[in-house]
Design a protein around this ligand. Structure first.
Ligand code: UD1
Ligand code: UDP
Length: 354
């Protein structure tokens, strides 16, 4: 069996590794990097430090508008899939690389496997929501991380091919979380005490394309007076620099650094007193590591993290955010909701029976 894996954005390198490790035991894998992310610290660092195999193809699409980026991936991917003739295409999550992979493979009648299927924010203003809906509706096998995801698909009439396997990000976090403790020296490099700082990330379109939202978030971080480490996505850095927003945080205790590699980021998460984020993956990792999470959005796909009290949604409301930065403190331990740490194995086992 020949399996083509399509990845392109930071979280997809992380999600695909555990699965690729398993499927390489049962099939020939062709790894296709769309080039959606391309900076060293958004792409290559993950291949290097996680030991991901060199991609067989890098389509080099780079950045662009929603339509241009998606169309470029679609255009460049088609000939690769025609030449390689894989039996199966695996797509991950909800990015434009996922959408284009789904469309290209479905038109070529290649069996599509969607990993992290069934997630919904019920907010169609998010490009990711459109990507997920389309990807799920053309996929043949849909591997869900949670029962909520299975239920979401059922509500859209999708039951065939749906499998609850757990979350491949949990697999990765368990393995690399241990390594992060042993190998990362980021706390020392940034002069941080465990639990002596909060960790923040922002990159969603709603928080970067809308300047007022970004200004409000940065002002709240600065006014909180807390030590906040802020590894910055290049999208957000560009908006801050182009619009002179540095002045909002200069002189505050916010430590803005470039986006870091996975091991350093996991170490920063594990030792943070709280996490402030609009990232999907980071909300889950906060839950895995029992770190209280304040989500800078009004919806989440990871509703369990909120239901069990470890995540709270704060939309762009400065007063509420300032209050939650001080007050939000879950009690007890988060339950294990994202599988048994062997989601990738379950996926590979299912694929052997195709
Ligand atoms: C994309 C995904 C999002 C995911 C995120 C993970 C879509 C629609 N969005 O958002 O779901 O959560 O990846 O991080 O697919 N840039 C660089 N260097 C890079 C990559 C990006 O400078 O290596 C800058 C460019 O200015 C680019 C902007 O970031 O225009 C946005 O990049 P893009 O990949 O389009 O979207 P993300 O915000 O990264
Ligand atoms: N991450 C990282 N370095 C950073 C920020 C995040 O390695 O500076 C990792 C993080 O551990 C998680 C993933 O990137 O596994 C989340 O990706 P991102 O927030 O870009 O996308 P999302 O999950 O929202 O799609």
């Amino acid at each position: 069996m020949k399996i083509a894996t399509i990845v392109g954005a930071r979280p997809q390198f992380i999600k695909s590794l555990p699965v690729s490790n398993e499927i390489r035991k049962i099939a020939k894998e062709v790894l296709i990097h769309t080039g959606q992310h391309y900076d060293y610290n958004m792409s290559e660092v993950f291949f290097k430090e996680m030991g991901i195999s060199e991609p067989d193809y890098n389509l080099g699409v780079g950045s662009g508008s929603q339509a241009i980026q998606t169309a470029e991936i679609l255009f460049r991917l088609e000939s690769v899939l025609v030449n390689e003739r894989p039996d199966v295409v695996i797509i991950y999550g909800d990015t434009n690389s996922t959408l284009a992979g789904a469309l290209a493979a479905s038109k070529l009648h290649i069996l599509i496997v969607h990993v992290e299927a069934g997630l919904r924010s019920f907010d169609k203003r998010m490009p990711e929501e459109i990507n997920r809906i389309v990807a799920d509706h053309v996929s043949d096998i849909l591997f869900c991380p949670t029962q909520t995801a299975v239920d979401n698909l059922k509500n859209e009439g999708i039951a065939k091919g749906v499998e609850l396997v757990g979350d491949v990000m949990y697999d990765a976090a368990l393995h690399f979380g241990k390594l992060a403790k042993e190998k990362s020296s980021i706390l020392e490099e940034l002069d941080l005490e465990p639990k002596g700082y909060m960790l923040a990330t922002i990159h969603r379109a709603a928080n970067t394309d809308n300047l007022e939202n970004l200004k409000t978030l940065l002002a709240a971080f600065a006014e909180s007076g807390k030590a906040i480490v802020f590894p910055i996505h290049p999208r957000t850095r560009k908006v801050i620099e182009d619009n002179g927003l540095n002045s909002i945080i200069s002189g505050s205790s916010i430590k803005m650094v470039d986006a870091v590699g996975y091991l350093d980021f996991l170490r920063l998460e594990q030792s943070a007193s709280k996490i402030l984020t609009d990232s999907g993956g980071v909300q889950k990792e906060a839950f895995f590591f029992a770190v209280p999470c304040i989500t800078l959005r009004d919806t989440t796909e990871w509703v369990e993290t909120v239901e069990y009290g470890w995540n709270t949604l704060v939309n762009i409301d400065k007063d509420l955010l300032l209050r939650q930065i001080v007050e939000f403190s879950p009690i007890g331990e988060p339950p294990r909701l994202f599988g048994d740490g062997r989601a990738a194995l379950h996926i590979a086992e299912r694929l052997t029976s195709i």
